[in-house]
Design a protein around this ligand. Structure first.
Ligand SMILES: [Zn+2]
Length: 78
């Protein structure tokens, strides 16, 4: 179950009654804690990793790239 917050973080309740705080920008699990205050402290000090942000930004969006196929195509000669 994901509980949204007004901040840039989402909260998720775990089976063991702990809660995860997930950054909405870089999708990192910032903290796992029993107490909301612990999550807020971790959220306050969280700084997104620029490399991770660049990774996510490159994955979505309408831009298309002409990347070569990952697998080599089968040889037509036999
Ligand atoms: Zn982040």
């Amino acid at each position: 179950m994901v509980l949204s917050t007004i901040s840039g973080f989402a909260r998720r309740e775990n089976r063991d009654r702990t809660m995860d705080s997930i950054c909405r920008k870089c999708y990192a699990t910032v903290a796992t804690a029993y107490w909301e205050l612990d999550l807020e402290i971790a959220e306050h000090s969280h700084v997104c990793d620029p490399a991770v942000l660049q990774y996510w930004n490159s994955r979505d969006g309408p831009k298309k790239t002409n990347q070569p196929a990952m697998r080599p195509s089968p040889s037509p000669t036999k």
